[in-house]
Write a protein that binds this ligand. Structure first.
Ligand SMILES: [Fe+2]
Ligand SMILES: [Fe+2]
Length: 383
């Protein structure tokens, strides 16, 4: 079945000076120059391209302070609808090189064949995409694990998924641990997704390690809603699926939370690993969850959305700013022999109230018999 539903041109963010680097970077990607087995000459070419990109925009300047946004808070009569889906785990091991599997992927592939292949179905994902499109949300977020083994073919298929969901200005993604499955997997293919990740007003044309780390936390503002992306994706050893934010990213996150809070925006933090303990097992945890919790307690947010758990979860972070809802969704492609793990996505209807925010949640879940998505539950989050 083809994943290619409705492609939308998605390099609209590239313009001006950076535009000249894009064709070069795309060419390098297509010829495999950005792969890790590159020659010294190819490495040198990539190094200088990266340096040129940094000359155009230094990562140190990528704070909310310098973004040329119209920070307009939401009007009382306006509503904003956000769709949240996660963990599609698109697996395409066929056609890969034998050498691609001489690492953690070998065990990941075995596990896929033995168990997960029967859990994740491409046609469930296609139906979810169609249902999301029918609901016409103002924006869509995908919280990681778009790929399963971080293979180049999976990154390409995931790009088709994103294009089917909408344009880069309508869809925001963050990576998950499966996207960074082995060292270099995410960095080498970043260029395919970067326009769905990058902050408003930032131009990035190269998919190198340093650029990846400078992308997050990302900030996109849509109709008074601040979408703040945090990356926890990192390669880890064979039987672990842990994530880490890191001090540098946390410090930049604090600044963004302060500035978007002062502008009275509705702040949504997007993160792959759940920030609260107990949602996933120890081997899948966020290693610096306590530091993130402290940040949220000090600087606040209105909502935290995550993936990774593959089951629905709703918890709260208690802070001096009030309770922050922390909500996760199951995998977007789970056929769901176990009903709890069946594919679901959430629609958030956000609006202003005189005393705060109104957050209505609609849970759309996969119905086996009809092979379609339907509303399973509706509830309201109190702030
Ligand atoms: Fe996942
Ligand atoms: Fe994950």
């Amino acid at each position: 079945m083809s994943w290619f539903l409705d492609p939308v041109g998605s390099y609209g963010l590239f313009s001006g000076q950076s535009a000249c680097f894009l064709p070069i970077s795309k060419w390098l990607l297509s010829t495999g120059v950005t792969d890790r087995r590159e020659t010294p000459l190819q490495k040198t070419i990539r190094y200088y391209i990266r340096e040129m990109v940094f000359f155009v925009k230094s990562p140190e300047t990528q704070t909310a302070e310098t973004y040329n946004f119209k920070f307009k808070p939401m009007n009382p009569n306006d509503t904003f609808t956000l769709a949240h889906l996660s963990d599609p785990h698109m697996a395409y091991p066929g056609g890969s090189r034998f050498s691609d599997f001489l690492n953690k992927r070998f065990f990941g592939y075995l596990k896929w064949r033995l168990r997960r292949q029967s859990e994740h179905h491409g046609d469930v994902l296609v139906r979810m995409i169609q249902d999301v499109r029918n609901c016409q949300p103002d924006h869509v977020v995908v919280t990681g694990d778009l790929t399963h083994l971080g293979l180049p073919a999976e990154f390409a298929k995931a790009k088709e998924l994103l294009e089917a969901l909408g344009s880069a200005s309508q869809v925001t993604i963050i990576p998950g641990n499966h996207d960074a499955y082995v060292d270099g997997a995410l960095d080498c293919r970043l260029l395919e997704w970067v326009d769905y990740m990058v902050s408003d007003g930032i131009k990035v044309c190269d998919g190198t390690d340093t650029v990846v780390s400078s992308l997050f936390p990302s900030l996109r503002v849509r109709d008074g809603v601040a979408l703040i992306g945090v990356s926890t994706a990192q390669p880890c050893s064979t039987f672990l699926a842990v994530g880490c934010i890191g001090n540098d990213q946390l410090q930049r996150l604090q600044k963004i939370l302060v500035e978007t809070g002062q502008k009275d925006l509705f702040r949504i933090v997007l993160i792959h690993h759940p920030p609260k303990s107990g949602v996933v097992s120890w081997r899948k945890r966020l290693t610096d969850a306590e530091a993130l919790q402290k940040t949220m307690q000090d600087y606040g947010a209105e909502l935290i959305l995550h993936g990774h758990s593959h089951h629905p979860s709703r918890t709260y972070l208690e802070t001096s700013h009030g309770r922050i809802p922390v909500i996760g969704v199951p995998s977007a492609s789970a056929a769901g022999e176990d009903p709890r793990r069946r594919a679901r996505y959430h629609l958030y209807r956000l609006s202003r109230r005189p005393d705060g925010w109104d957050i209505q949640v609609s849970v759309r879940s996969y119905v086996h018999k009809e092979k379609c998505f339907d509303t399973e539950d509706k509830y309201r989050l109190a702030d």
